[in-house]
Design a protein around this ligand. Sequence first.
Ligand code: PDD
Length: 284
Amino acid sequence: MNIVYLNGEFLPADEAKVSVFDRGFLFGDSVYEVIPFYQGVGFRLQAHLERLNHSLRAVRIKNEGNWNEILDTLVWKNGGGNLSVYLQVTRGNAGKRSHAYDDSLEPTVFACCTPIKDVWGEGAESVVPLKAIVTEDLRWHRCDIKSTCLLPNILVLQQAKDEGVQEALFSRNDKLTEGSACNLFLVKRGVLYTPKRSSEILGGITRELVLELADKHAIQFQEVDIDYEQLLSADEVWVSSSTRGVVPVVEVDGQVIGDGHPGPIWQKMFEFFAAFQRKLMRGE
Ligand code: PDD
């Protein structure tokens, strides 16, 4: 059964109801997290919860949830297994539509799960490489906040689909920022590059782990500005996110990247990740 969490209760999804005056519905006045759980174990759970705290603080929504307990119970009630947990906190329901809000509002907290495949367990051969387009980054300048205002992200992804590819990468002032729901990496002559952490990108939890693993396994890396030419002339391009892991991009704007196949550094990173994941699942 699909059990969701809403404001203190665990209940079947079709019984969960939110007011039409909820500010999350009216204004997108809310933040969220997406956290994979593999066999009941959260992937970098603390880092996700710290980012949630950051988002809540940045938009001044009260942060009173007992997140660990809510998520563990939700995962358990949905049978454990491999699940992606969505957690959303809105500023709450003011009973009317008004841009201004009252600090006394009680946040609306919603969480649900979706089954995911264990990308690491299935091996690198099971990963389907992506093709992408580059589009202008029309988002605001606080992309470090994981806000549910995702219209620009939704529209560019749809544009990518219309153009027959699977991902859209954002570019702002000729600097690549990230993907529609993922961070961006490229490899050139054995060195890994990724845009610097700033308020122009989301500080991805997977991005952080990629850099940690690169460091641990002596893959040289740099956090730098990346322009369109550098992207197209890269030997490898990857995107990363908690739900998809690290996925190679083999074509951008119709131009083949490298030799058009997942590259050797990506293969290595995949294995490092898979080993990390196996340890996580053994509880180490
Ligand atoms: N999105 N950048 C953006 C804009 C994202 O939306 C995401 C993740 C990432 C990667 O972050 P992480 O490694 O912490 O998942 C980067 C999630 C998966 C989503 O919106 O569904």
